[in-house]
Design a protein around this ligand. Structure first.
Ligand SMILES: Cc1cc2nc3c(=O)[nH]c(=O)nc-3n(C[C@H](O)[C@H](O)[C@H](O)COP(=O)(O)OP(=O)(O)OC[C@H]3O[C@@H](n4cnc5c(N)ncnc54)[C@H](O)[C@@H]3O)c2cc1C
Length: 469
């Protein structure tokens, strides 16, 4: 049995590791287009910020770790053709060598590629000009090269999704003056704007100029540097007023999302969904015999809405593990995602799980969303801070559908969103959140946890979350 995995990041390596774990005799080969197997690209912002000083430390496992498990790694090898009938791939290896590999079972984990929004000039400018996309370790090296080579004192980050805000923080930490441009009305648009505003305030408090509701229309060389500084000119139009805006910067980072990388699979005739991702069932099987797929290249099965697309590292790991097991004949099912995510932005943490109100409506629920805020621990113990919560439940069944939160770092937002994710996953009603036996000690919590206070205010929207005894 030869298991071939195309892709050496979260999805692919997870598949290979699971196969190796289950069967020490199976031959496992991982082919990846770049030189960075099993790197945590999620850590790139912290390398750029300087929190992680050596990029090699971003590896979940290094090459030696992986090869010592008996997994063959073919780095710098790009698969260009897939023949599912002949069970064979071909491509280009280091130095342009031709590579042909046969397989018994295949896992496709080619991930995603960053979107290139229709911004004038973006196609003509690249990292040599200080204009960057950010998805791979090579992209991270290119950003660091610009930071080292040029005297970068200003940057524009185009996009205020979670990667955009992480990078705004990273560049600010390096002493760079950052502007963050976002076409939608608020930063972190995966949250309700009421919470996005808290994140925008945090960015502003740390000197990031937030330019929301502004569509970037062009990036160009600014010509002669002048007092305003910056060799690049970023131009945009405010979506409400129609006013044009322009800003100079030494570095421009375009981080506006990703699209699944399906060229190889689609070229081989493997079914792709209308949304453009590889179609897989819950076993991660594709439409082609003996071919499985996992990670950012596939559709995401969502616990509440069915098929969607939610490219996240946590999900890629889980899907890869399922794909690796089933490629060896297993019968594992991907249990489904809730799109649970958390992001640190300077001193606050923002998180969400499940659905927001409009997403729940689109999925056929009758949602109601309430806002609440409660201290993370008893106010008499020093350092208590509010956690802002938005809770979405179904009016018909009372089922908990989604929770969003923003709070300061010590308020354990990640722990609380994970509790909410567990509750949604298990199909709990909002009122059942209040029944959970959650931990309590005054320096860390309250008899009614933040989440339970939120549940109470959902159940009694007119007011009274019970007061702590
Ligand atoms: C800056 C940043 C921060 C992030 N932070 C988080 C976070 O905090 N939490 C979270 O859950 N997610 C985060 N993510 C998202 C997460 O990193 C991705 O969801 C995850 O990496 C997807 O893994 P993957 O294996 O599907 O694909 P990718 O990581 O995209 O890897 C694709 C792999 O396929 C290889 N490949 C592609 N085409 C070919 C080919 N034709 N031949 C050979 N090899 C090929 C590539 O070389 C690569 O090894 C972040 C992403 C970025 C960029």
């Amino acid at each position: 049995m030869h298991l071939l995995v195309i892709g050496g990041s979260d999805g692919g390596i997870s598949a290979a590791l699971r196969a190796r774990e289950l069967d020490p005799d199976v031959e496992v080969t991982v082919v990846l287009a770049d030189a960075y197997p099993n790197f945590s690209i999620c850590g790139i912002p912290y390398y750029v910020a300087g929190d992680v000083t050596d990029w090699r430390d971003l590896a979940h496992r290094n090459r030696v770790d992986i090869e010592s498990l008996g997994i063959e790694l073919l780095t710098d090898t790009t698969v260009r053709n897939l023949d599912t009938g002949a069970h064979r791939v071909s491509g280009t290896g280091p130095g342009g060598t031709e590579v042909v590999i046969r397989y018994d079972r295949l896992v496709v984990a080619t991930g995603a590629v960053p979107t290139r929004p229709p911004i004038g000039g973006l196609d003509r400018l690249g990292s040599a000009d200080g204009v960057h996309l950010l998805h791979t370790m090579a992209d991270a090296h290119a950003v660091m090269d610009t930071l080292g080579r040029r005297d970068v004192s200003s940057a524009v980050v185009v996009g205020a999704g979670y990667i955009g805000v992480e990078m705004a923080e990273a560049l600010t930490t390096r002493g760079i003056t950052v502007s963050q441009w976002e076409v939608l009305p608020e930063v972190l648009p995966t949250l309700d704007p009421e919470l996005g505003r808290l994140v925008a305030a945090e960015l502003g408090a740390h000197g990031v100029r937030v330019e929301t509701a502004t569509r970037v229309t062009g990036i160009g060389r600014a010509g002669r540097m002048d007092a305003r500084g910056g060799a690049l000119a970023v131009r945009g139009t405010r979506t409400v007023s129609g006013e044009d805006v322009e800003e100079r910067a030494d570095l421009v980072l375009v981080v506006t999302g990703v699209v699944p990388d399906v060229a190889l699979a689609a070229g081989a005739g493997i079914a792709v969904t209308a949304g453009g991702a590889i179609a897989v069932d819950r076993s991660m099987a594709t439409s082609a015999p003996d071919v499985f797929a996992a990670g950012d290249c596939v559709v995401t099965h969502h616990v509440l809405v069915g098929e969607t697309y939610l490219p996240l590292g946590t999900t890629a790991h889980k899907q890869g593990r399922v794909a690796g097991e089933n490629a060896l004949g297993g019968d594992r099912r991907f249990a489904g995602s809730l799109g649970t995510q958390v992001v640190k932005v300077f001193d606050v943490v923002a998180a969400r799980t499940g659905l927001r109100d409009h997403e729940a409506t689109a999925a056929g629920f009758r949602p109601r969303t309430t806002a609440s805020a409660a201290d993370d621990h008893k106010a008499y113990y020093p350092g208590a801070r509010p956690v802002h919560v938005r809770t979405t439940g179904d009016e018909v069944t009372g089922r908990l559908l989604g929770v969003q939160m923003v709070g300061a770092i010590p308020t354990a937002v990640a722990k609380r969103i994970d509790t909410a994710a567990t509750a949604i996953f298990c199909g709990l009603r909002v009122d059942q959140l209040g029944d959970l036996d959650l931990s309590y000690t005054p320096p860390l919590g309250s008899p009614w946890d933040v989440l339970q206070a939120a549940a109470h205010s959902w159940a009694t929207p007119t007011g009274g979350a019970p007061r702590s005894p």
